[in-house]
Ligand binder design. Structure first.
Ligand SMILES: [Zn+2]
Length: 257
């Protein structure tokens, strides 16, 4: 693919990232993501178009609001950059296709869920539930094609991901007397199953569990966090599912043959 195409894809990704920031900031507050226009979280000053250019405005303003000089979180340009790179990664791998568009959409949803869960310990239903429906619609139409699931695999994936994890969480709670997983995680795993099929679930659970434990224990030791404090699990689930989407089949083949 020519460099010009990739530059355009990257720019589109950055622009989407700018919208994802609005979702990340407003969804946990249950505010509309459409109105009003974006403003500074500190002083409320509305952003002029030239202060709302992905990445560049933040760099140009040196990470401060033009009016009140309060710092603007580095999270915003990082999300924009991540969305740009995500779009590049998808198009580089799957070309300029409908499948790519759908995979990018899934990736953008993952990105929003990851950041919101990290900061607020919630995975909003307003993303996961329509996400499940859309995943089934994509599989049933069928719009996506590989590596997205067939309807058959998507339905088993939804049942196994949502239902299986619900059962696991219920048992965990019965046995240990502690809440191990939230309903948000369960819906998210249902969403992953609906988009990527049941085949993605063992990998996703295993990798997210492994990475989550390592990071969680390190964090506990380093920051002296209590064992009972919640650790958001969504970021690990979406990262593992994303790895599966790109490398899962190769890894399975490498491991089993
Ligand atoms: Zn301000």
């Amino acid at each position: 693919m020519s460099t010009e195409y990739l530059v355009i894809v990257f720019i589109y990704g950055l622009l989407v990232g700018s919208f994802l920031n609005v979702c990340i900031y407003r969804l946990p507050l249950e505010k509309s993501i459409i109105r009003p226009r974006s403003g500074c979280p500190a002083c409320g000053a509305l952003l002029a178009w030239h202060d709302n250019i992905p990445l560049l405005s933040w760099l140009w303003l040196r990470g401060r609001c033009r009016r009140c000089q309060q710092p603007i979180a580095i999270l915003y340009p990082l999300v924009e950059l991540a969305a740009g790179l995500l779009a590049l990664q998808v198009v580089h791998r799957f070309g300029l296709t409908t499948t790519s568009l759908l995979i990018a959409l899934l990736g953008f949803a993952f990105l929003v869920l990851m950041v919101i869960d990290f900061y607020h310990y919630i995975l909003p239903d307003v993303i996961t539930l329509p996400g499940i429906v859309l995943g089934l619609a994509v599989a049933g139409w069928p719009l996506g094609g590989p590596p997205l699931a067939t309807l058959h695999d998507a339905l088993i994936g939804l049942a196994a991901g949502g239902g299986g994890l619900w059962l696991f969480a219920w048992l965990f709670e019965k046995i240990t007397g502690r809440v191990g997983m939230g309903m948000g995680d369960i819906k998210l795993l249902g969403l992953i199953g609906a988009w990527l099929g049941w085949q993605s679930l063992p990998f996703t659970l295993f990798v997210s569990g492994l990475v989550g434990s390592v990071v969680g224990i390190t964090w506990m030791v380093a920051a002296g966090r209590s064992r009972l404090q919640p650790i958001p699990f969504g970021p690990y689930l979406v990262t593992a599912a994303w790895l599966y989407l790109f490398y899962g089949q190769e890894l399975y083949r490498w491991y089993f043959f």
